[in-house]
Design a protein around this ligand. Structure first.
Ligand code: HEM
Length: 134
């Protein structure tokens, strides 16, 4: 395991995403946790799922103990070049749809679909009343 404080690019770190070759980015630091995969109390799957991204939130969300934080030093292999880390995608709300003139016919059709049966019913009723008198 390399122990020199090297600066790694995100692309380079992201390549190490296997059980037998696993690197993590936590708080701007890069860790080679390959030798820790079998011993990690949270399992190797979670460590694998934390590769290829900034795993800081994942790591902090678990609420790791001070012991865990001390253990990390053992796996430290360098810093991450923060400029190479892709920005998190943030949700951008779609623009409120403005009133669309093209939708007017649709609205008219809906009204007609409701009114036409009523008109037929009214007509039938009127005819019936008329024929009754005769
Ligand atoms: C070098 C990095 C890491 C080290 C040295 C480490 C170490 C540890 C240790 C010692 C524990 C036992 C509980 C404690 O003392 O806090 C633990 C638990 C755990 N870790 Fe990590 N961990 C690392 C990274 C991660 C990452 C990136 C995740 C991603 C989510 C993770 C998820 C978990 C989970 C889910 C548990 C189990 C918590 C529980 O069941 O109570 N760990 N880890």
């Amino acid at each position: 395991m390399a122990s020199d404080s090297k600066t790694h690019t995100f692309e380079e770190v992201a390549k190490h995403n296997q059980t037998k070759d696993c690197w993590l980015i936590v708080s701007g630091k890069v860790y080679d946790v390959t030798s820790f995969m079998d011993d990690h109390p949270g399992g190797d799957e979670v460590l694998l799922s934390a590769t290829g991204k900034d795993a800081t939130n994942d790591f902090e969300d678990v609420g790791h103990s001070d012991t865990a934080r001390e253990m990390m030093e053992k796996y430290y292999i360098g810093e991450i070049d923060s400029a190479t880390v892709p920005l998190k995608r943030s949700y951008i709300a779609p623009q409120q749809a403005t009133y669309n003139q093209d939708k007017t016919p649709e609205f008219v059709i809906k009204i007609l679909q409701f009114l036409v049966p009523l008109l037929i019913l009214g007509l039938a009723f009127a005819v019936r009343q008329y024929t009754k008198k005769e």
